[in-house]
Design a protein around this ligand. Structure first.
Ligand code: GS8
Length: 214
């Protein structure tokens, strides 16, 4: 039976899960959850994700939430090497940079995406103070990334891993938004992101993110 992902592909956390399914070539189904009507807060969705958020994930009797945990499950099940689990030190570095992605990159990008895309879509006005504050935080993080990527081809070392591809959903919105030029000061980061965005799995999910109903 195909694995099921509940939530719109355009959501960054849903897209992270989808790219892992694409990486392992799994059969999967994206089940729509209409966030505009609050379906993610419905009892049916709450049974799958008690935080009332997307994504939720189902593989037979197993129900999971939290996109990075779901991603790891999919990669382990599919026998992918993107977690480097045969090497203790390498897998630890994957974990480090997955935490960095969550705590320094995506957490900083989330309010920027919300203010620059979601708020105007809902008819509101972007809070530029929030955007500027988070852009400053982003620049601080990107300085660390630049130093790292000057020494290694990828974040966890000289091998591509989940830590790299996990950045793609927020990076997609950064690259396509009005603050993309922030990356110009970080040439290694820019080149690394270009490579991440060019992975076939990422290109496939980017297409799904563009579909209005997905
Ligand atoms: C965060 C999920 C999340 O914030 C994860 O899965 O990694 N740590 C979790 N989901 C957002 C959509 S943005 O992609 C969401 O569901 N927001 C609606 C809400 O919180 O009510």
């Amino acid at each position: 039976m195909a694995m099921k992902v509940y939530g719109p592909a355009m959501s960054t956390n849903v897209a992270r899960v989808l790219v892992c399914l694409e990486e392992v070539g799994a059969e999967y189904e994206v089940v729509p959850v209409d966030m505009t009507t609050g379906e993610h807060k419905s009892p049916a969705h709450d049974a799958r994700n008690p935080f009332g958020q997307v994504p939720a994930f189902q593989d037979g009797d197993l129900i999971l939430y939290e996109s990075r945990a779901i991603s790891k499950y999919i990669l382990r099940k599919g026998g992918s090497d993107l977690l480097r689990e045969s090497n203790l030190a390498e897998s630890a570095m994957v974990d480090v940079w997955l935490e960095v992605e969550s705590g320094h990159f995506s957490s900083t990008m989330s309010p920027i995406i919300f203010q620059c895309l979601v708020v105007p879509f809902l008819g509101g006005e972007t809070d530029t103070k929030i955007v500027q504050e988070n852009l400053e935080k982003l620049k601080t993080a990107l300085g660390v990334y630049e130093a790292r990527l000057s020494r290694f081809k990828y974040l966890a070392g000289d091998f591509v891993s989940l830590a790299d591809i996990s950045h793609f959903p927020a990076a997609y919105y950064l690259l396509g938004g009005s603050h993309a030029s922030v990356l110009d000061a970080y040439p290694h980061v820019k080149a690394w992101l270009a490579e991440v965005m060019d992975r076939p799995s990422v290109r496939k999910v980017v297409e799904l993110m563009k579909l209005p109903s997905a």
